[in-house]
Write a new protein. Structure first.
Lengths: 274, 324
């Protein structure tokens, strides 16, 4: 590498600085979470007697087990359904190229820029009318719909790039459309489907607005939605709030660390594919 | 593009002239069309479930938003037709106009700063940190992108509070006078919220631009360096032009994040102090669910949707035009 020494050091210093700015907030709430409940912590250091019990307390006052259950339910309901129907649609539009495919794609793509706030008000009345307000379904069903633009767009990009020869060979061998989809193309689409699944899981887990508006009981919400309620109740008890925040973001952090390459690649490919 | 599946084809023989290759492609396409693609109905069945969910839970509410926006309605009683007067209110009442302005001020923080800084960071990683430091920076910078925005808001709400780490740091270096409740001060609340956005979005921009840079032919950099190009020349002549597409995506994603900001603002300031950080998302929520002015909230929602489209479409056009 022909890179000047000063540039090398300046560059590394910049990176280390940015890493520090990213990490310090996490460290800060972690140490804060260990201060005695109700006290006002200062600095970045650990308190003299770390109160590990704060995590237990936050776990129970936030009703964390119910919350975890609720979030897992929402993710498990949203992701598989959204994944299957968007893969089918992507196949129809991108590979079968049904008449009107271009128009359909445009219709879905239009939804890509739609801010959730734009439709949250009618969604509330719609959910009320359907009798699902304040149930998890009020989050699950709209979320599936709201994921469709991105998910269909994503899967279509995969199918549109599949060489015709694969399908042709299968059709010559007498495969039906369903066989072509299920036996040939779904197995080949595993990688983009996995990425899409992880992305949608993280988005569902982190969804706040729908949870806030459509479900009143925090234990029926997503993790992020529950955190909002938790903050409302414990805004004054800083160590407890921090402990609760850590517990709530821990699962996403773990998923990220485990699937790190996948998540990053997914998010990026998703935006580049267009 | 040639794919591995080429092996399944009969041998090509002599390298075909371009038009005969095209003809063969065409033949193939025709036979393929006569086969399964003919089954329009089956094809539509594949798209139907996604279309239904999208239609019922996105397109229908979208139409309803437009409809509501033409009425005065408290969400319970009867609605009164008021024509476009809600739109007039949205575009003339100072409080609501300020909301729209705030959204654009946030664009500076959510979009301009992360993309610019991301560009610098990515090229630094690309040039001087191809090894472990590069990998670690990528991963770490990306972290804020995966945690709930609400959590980011709570964390920073803490750091920026009167007794928070930022003020402790300022006091420690003798700048105690500047210390304040950053999110509670009329002058600093919006920039403070914006700063949280920078923290969240920087990693996304950096990593995305970095992938773009990795795609650029290495030989270009090699020859530029052989010619003695420095960071600046290399950046202006090779990196930036090659990244037009990635830059387009960065701007698209971050501008939407700015105009449609909600989570962070909701947990840190709730739109306050006064109206200082009220953005359209927050205002829609307040109008619709706290003040029960469903019509007005819907008009603001329509304005927001249109605004996003107006800003995004030129970005898309710029970043794609001329390519392919």
């Amino acid at each position: 590498m022909r890179v000047a020494r000063t540039e090398l050091y300046a560059g590394r210093a910049l990176l280390l600085g940015l890493i520090a700015i990213t990490i310090v907030p996490f460290v800060s709430i972690f140490t804060t979470a260990l201060y005695p409940s109700g006290s006002v912590p200062s600095g970045l250091g650990l308190p003299a007697d770390p109160q590990w019990g704060n995590f237990l307390e936050a776990f129970s006052v936030a009703n964390m087990s119910a919350l975890l259950g609720s979030s897992v339910f929402i993710v498990l309901a949203v992701v598989p359904i959204a994944l299957v129907i968007s893969t089918m649609a992507g196949f129809g539009i991108g590979l079968l190229r049904i008449p009107g495919a271009g128009l359909l794609l445009l219709l879905f793509v239009f939804g890509l820029t739609l801010p959730f706030e734009g439709i949250i008000t009618p969604l509330y009345f719609l959910a009320r009318q359907m009798g699902i307000l304040n149930t998890r379904l009020a989050i699950v069903l709209p979320l599936i719909g709201l994921f469709m633009p991105f998910a269909v767009f994503w899967m279509r990009a995969h199918f549109a790039n599949m060489p015709d020869e694969i399908s042709e060979a299968a059709v010559v061998d007498g495969a039906s459309t369903w066989d072509l989809f299920w036996r040939i193309h779904v197995p080949l689409a595993r990688a983009p489907m996995a990425s899409l699944g992880i992305l949608m899981a993280v988005w569902a887990w982190n969804q706040f607005l729908l949870a806030l508006v459509l479900v009143e009981d925090p234990t029926q919400r997503t993790m992020a939605g529950a955190l909002g309620a938790f903050q409302g109740h414990y805004a004054t008890d800083i160590p407890l709030l921090c402990a609760g925040t850590i517990l709530i973001l821990l699962p996403t952090l773990l998923v990220f660390i485990v699937f790190q390459r996948h998540v990053i690649a997914a998010l990026l490919q998703g935006s580049v594919k267009g | 593009m040639t794919h591995a599946a080429d092996g399944a084809r009969p041998s090509r023989g002599a390298p075909p002239a371009t038009d005969s290759a095209a003809r063969r492609r065409l033949d193939r396409r025709i036979s393929w069309t006569l086969g399964i693609r003919r089954q329009t109905l089956v094809g539509w069945l594949f798209v139907l479930p996604a279309l239904v969910m999208y239609g019922v839970f996105v397109l229908q509410p979208l139409a309803l938003t437009v409809q509501y926006s033409l009425y005065r309605w408290d969400g319970v009683g009867p609605a009164t037709w008021v024509g476009l007067s809600n739109y007039v209110t949205v575009l003339s009442e100072p409080k609501l106009v300020e909301t729209l302005f705030n959204a654009f001020r946030l664009v500076l923080f959510y979009s301009v700063i992360p993309v610019t800084l991301g560009l610098v960071t990515a090229s630094v990683i690309h040039r001087v940190a191809s090894g472990r430091l590069g990998t670690v920076s990528r991963t770490v910078l990306f972290l804020p992108q995966v945690i709930p925005l609400v959590a980011a808001g709570i964390i920073w709400g803490r750091l920026l509070s009167l007794t928070g780490l930022i003020n402790q740091g300022l006091t420690a270096i003798g700048l105690g006078d500047v210390a304040r409740a950053w999110l509670g001060d009329f002058d600093t609340a919006l920039p403070a919220v914006g700063l949280i956005g920078v923290w969240v979005l920087l990693g996304f921009c950096t990593v995305l631009l970095l992938t773009g840079m990795a795609r650029i032919d290495r030989a270009l950099f090699e020859s530029a360096r052989l010619d003695g190009a420095g960071w600046r020349q290399e950046f202006m002549a090779i990196t930036a032009p090659s990244l037009r597409y990635e830059l387009g995506i960065c701007f698209t994603v971050t501008v939407i994040a700015a105009l449609a900001a909600f989570d962070i603002v909701y947990v840190t300031t709730g739109g306050g102090p006064g109206n200082a950080t009220a953005v359209p998302g927050i205002q829609i929520y307040i109008l619709a669910f706290l003040e029960r002015q469903v019509g007005l909230a819907s008009a603001l929602a329509v304005v927001l949707i249109v605004l996003v489209l107006i800003v995004i479409l030129p970005i898309q056009r710029l970043s794609r035009g001329g390519e392919r």
